[in-house]
Design a protein around this ligand. Structure first.
Ligand code: NIG
Ligand code: FE
Length: 384
């Protein structure tokens, strides 16, 4: 196996418990794993060497929340929101219509293009959700195609109740849709997925419906994750914790009780700055979560409705500017936090044995993600 030493690193972020950051460092990669970390002057010889050019080296971002399996565009909704309209979950049905009309090749090509955007902006681990098919066949192909792009595939058949179950074309009964999700649709999708998710919100699924859907997924061996408290306060956060969900995502409207419950659990609070940015909702204040001791992640929520960004650097900039994160906390949330939200130990850090997924920056420190917003400071993206 070829070994590679990365030299001339001004600042190396490993998230090592004792020494999370070190200056004038070097790092050796062997067989796709971090094999040595130390002072530059002690670096061992290796087969290849990479000069970091006096830049900063950080773990690759772990984007634990992205909806990439869709077709179509909703720029007109964004434009209307910027003119004062509010965001509504119902817009999802427009993307469902476009997604159903797309071929497998079109769906996969769109997702692959978004994956390459994500990667070039530093995301080396990405979760992909279904949720714009909402029929057995369209959800099945969404998770099956997603599994060709990432191991972190999430079945989100419970995104909204599709139109044909509301207007009587198939059944005038949302219960019939929930029956389908926990029955035939889950059976078809579970073999391709690691996770099950529910949009637990007004206009989508109630807490009781969400419980039923998540419990069915858990019984099939899937891990749970929940969209909750995006549009208002909700019992969905407590449901997520009660069911041992890996993550509860959005948290735009968290109550003190939600924060207390999250802090006493191993459910990660995943914040999605792109959503508040693109919907003009208030930004959640991360200090409440961090001071209480909750684990926090940052993710893009890349989707055509509420947050059409593939840029974790953009999310870091907004998190620092508007959500109360320090730059170090934002970086931690976008790497280690995302890994915790996916229950992954091998990514999100550069301790010995970690996957060698890392970013070489054209900047002396990761503070530049917020200090130089919108500037492409990632020079190299390496992954195992
Ligand atoms: O995470 N909240 C639910 N789902 C997406 C939005 C989907 C859409 O509007 O198309 C989200 O924000
Ligand atoms: Fe989402």
């Amino acid at each position: 196996m070829t070994t590679t030493v990365i030299e001339n690193i001004a600042l190396l972020v490993t998230h090592d418990d004792e020494r999370p950051e070190r200056t004038d460092a070097a790092l050796v990669i062997d067989d796709g794993r971090v094999a040595w970390v130390g002072d530059a002057r002690d670096a061992p010889a290796a087969d290849l060497s990479l000069d970091a050019g006096g830049g900063c080296v950080i773990p690759g971002f772990v984007d634990s929340h992205a909806h990439l399996m869709f077709a179509g565009d909703r720029a007109d909704e964004f434009e209307a929101r910027m003119a004062g309209r509010t965001y509504e979950a119902g817009g999802i049905r427009r993307t469902v219509a476009a997604t159903r009309a797309a071929t497998d090749e079109q769906l996969l090509a769109n997702a692959a293009r978004l994956m390459s955007e994500l990667r070039s902006q530093g995301s080396t681990t990405v979760e992909i959700k279904s949720g714009y098919g909402l029929s057995v066949a369209d959800e099945e192909r969404s998770v099956r195609l997603a599994a060709t792009l990432t191991p972190e595939v999430t079945f989100l058949g419970a995104h909204v109740v599709p139109a044909e179950f509301l207007n009587g074309t198939v059944a005038d009964d949302r219960d019939a849709y929930v029956d389908l999700v926990v029955g035939e649709m889950l059976d078809a999708c579970a073999p391709h997925a690691r996770w099950i998710d529910v949009f637990c919100e007004t206009g989508a699924f109630t807490v009781e419906e969400s419980r039923r859907i998540l419990e069915a997924g858990i019984a099939k061996g899937l891990g749970a994750r929940v969209h909750a408290a995006q549009l208002g306060e909700s019992d969905g956060v407590r449901l997520a914790v009660e069911l041992g969900a890996a993550s509860v995502d959005h948290g735009t409207f968290l109550t003190d009780r939600d924060i207390e419950v999250l802090a006493g659990s191993n459910t990660v609070a995943t914040l999605l700055p792109g959503v508040e940015f693109s919907t003009r909702q208030p930004y959640p204040d991360v200090r409440r979560l961090l001071d209480a001791g909750a684990t926090v992640a940052l993710a893009t929520d890349c989707n055509p409705g509420s947050s059409f960004t593939t840029s974790m650097p953009f999310c870091l900039a907004v998190a620092v500017r508007d959500m109360g994160f320090t730059p170090a906390e934002a970086l931690r949330a976008a790497t280690l936090g995302g890994a915790a939200a996916l229950r992954r130990e091998d990514v999100g850090h550069l301790r010995l044995g970690a996957r060698a997924d890392l970013l070489v920056l054209d900047a002396p420190t990761y503070v530049h993600f917020a200090y130089r917003p919108g500037v492409p400071i990632i020079r190299d993206v390496l992954s195992a």
